[in-house]
Design a protein around this ligand. Structure first.
Ligand SMILES: NC(=O)C1=CN([C@@H]2O[C@H](COP(=O)(O)OP(=O)(O)OC[C@H]3O[C@@H](n4cnc5c(N)ncnc54)[C@H](OP(=O)(O)O)[C@@H]3O)[C@@H](O)[C@H]2O)C=CC1
Ligand SMILES: CC(=O)N[C@@H](CCC(=O)OP(=O)(O)O)C(=O)O
Length: 348
């Protein structure tokens, strides 16, 4: 494997037929070192990539064919991306980790996101059978955990909502500006690709279009992820589904003694060297970051009630998933973190 002097990094994408897998392939087309050599899908096994995704016609992927998952195929692979549902990833991580000592794995699922397997089992109600591998895994949100990622062979790509919320709260949290005796509240809205590319009556065009709903109101599995990473004792999260393809907008509230200008200065200062975080002077919209790996953040304060308000936007399959995964791969291979990720939004 080599990332910095031009040699190729051989890549496998397991679960390449889903939304995050397809977006990952699109992003890797623009990566100077990544060479995608193996893609898997159960439902499309044997089909050419371009039969399923014609938008890749005339790309360098024209000869790629979906194959079945086969652990023997990973002997010459440097980085495997697992774009699989939670619970489906950890058996594969376990198998590949021991068979291929040089392989690095970026896992899109929640299977290695928590600090302990017990937290995962409590949240996801699945028995984890690769508990020992937590020791060799890192939470893959580079802006808060950069130094750990290159030291590990498994990177747990964060949840999409947690990415937008954690980045929206991080400067205030590390500077001690959040009054944690009051609940921190996040109200997030997601595009429909957030739910994955599978048949589901609730996601039919007519059921989603021209409508807007809250879901998992009694509690969503991403709340424990945010609570753990930011060590928040009181955190309330409500997700919403909006009729758009991509994007997450999180509006976040916390009680603070800090003045509005102080908050704005601190956010700028904390993120001044972060390529992928843009601290904005007006509230961002999801189309500003669509198709990109940016997280745009606006912070202000409603002085009438001592509440800070943060608006944070990402593309759920960009910084929320596949863009972030490429950023993590860059850290694993020692390449500049924005390699292959300098795309900007189409905007409209
Ligand atoms: N969509 C999003 O915005 C985000 C998603 N994620 C996470 O990324 C992962 C992938 O999400 P997404 O791409 O949206 O999901 P999709 O449902 O669109 O795709 C899932 C992929 O996994 C394969 N797959 C499904 N079930 C299994 C299984 N039991 N064993 C092996 N392969 C399986 C499917 O292919 P096939 O059936 O052909 O084998 C498909 O390629 C999930 O863990 C998701 O939670 C994280 C952040 C954001
Ligand atoms: C709109 C929508 O349905 N979103 C998904 C979150 C998708 C996601 O990426 O979450 P994980 O990676 O943790 O599975 C949901 O709420 O279940």
């Amino acid at each position: 494997m080599q990332g910095t002097s031009g040699q190729s990094v051989k890549v496998a994408v397991v679960g390449a037929s889903g939304y995050t897998g397809a977006e990952l392939l699109r992003l890797l087309l623009h990566h100077p070192f990544a060479e995608v050599v193996y893609i898997t899908s159960r439902q499309f096994e044997g089909k050419k990539l371009t039969e399923v995704f014609p938008h890749f016609l005339k790309s360098k992927y024209e000869n790629l064919v979906f194959e079945e998952y086969n652990p023997d195929r990973f002997s010459d692979i440097d980085v495997a991306f697992l774009c699989l549902p939670h619970g489906a990833s950890f058996p594969i991580v376990k198998e590949l980790y021991y068979r291929n000592p040089n392989l690095k794995i970026v896992d899109f699922s929640a299977d290695f996101r928590f600090k302990s397997p017990e937290n995962y089992e409590r949240t996801y109600r699945v028995e984890h059978t690769a508990k020992d591998l937590f020791l060799d895994s890192a939470y893959g949100l580079p802006e808060i955990n950069r130094s750990e990622i290159p030291k590990k062979r498994i990177v747990a790509n964060p949840g999409c909502y947690p990415t937008s919320i954690i980045l929206g709260l991080y400067p205030a949290r590390i500077k001690g500006l959040i009054d944690t005796s009051f609940p921190v509240i996040a109200d997030s809205k997601s595009g429909v690709t957030g739910a994955g590319r599978k048949a589901n009556l609730n996601l039919l065009f007519c059921e989603v279009n021209e409508s807007f709903k809250a879901y998992s109101v009694e509690g969503h599995r991403h709340a424990p992820e945010v609570k753990e990473k930011l060590e928040l004792p009181l955190f309330r999260f409500t997700p919403h589904l909006v009729p758009m393809n991509r994007g997450i907008l999180s509006t976040i509230y916390f009680k603070t003694d800090a003045e509005r200008e102080e908050l704005q200065e601190i956010y700028k200062e904390v993120y001044k060297n972060e390529y992928f975080v843009r601290v904005r002077s007006t509230p961002p919209k999801t189309s500003d970051v669509s198709g990109t790996n940016f997280c745009d953040i606006y912070v202000t304060k409603d002085e009438s009630n001592e509440l800070a308000v943060v608006v944070s936007v990402i593309d759920n399959i960009g910084k929320g998933a596949s863009g972030q995964a490429v950023q993590n791969m860059n850290l694993l291979i020692g390449a500049p973190e924005n390699t292959g990720l300098t795309l900007f939004s189409n905007w409209i």
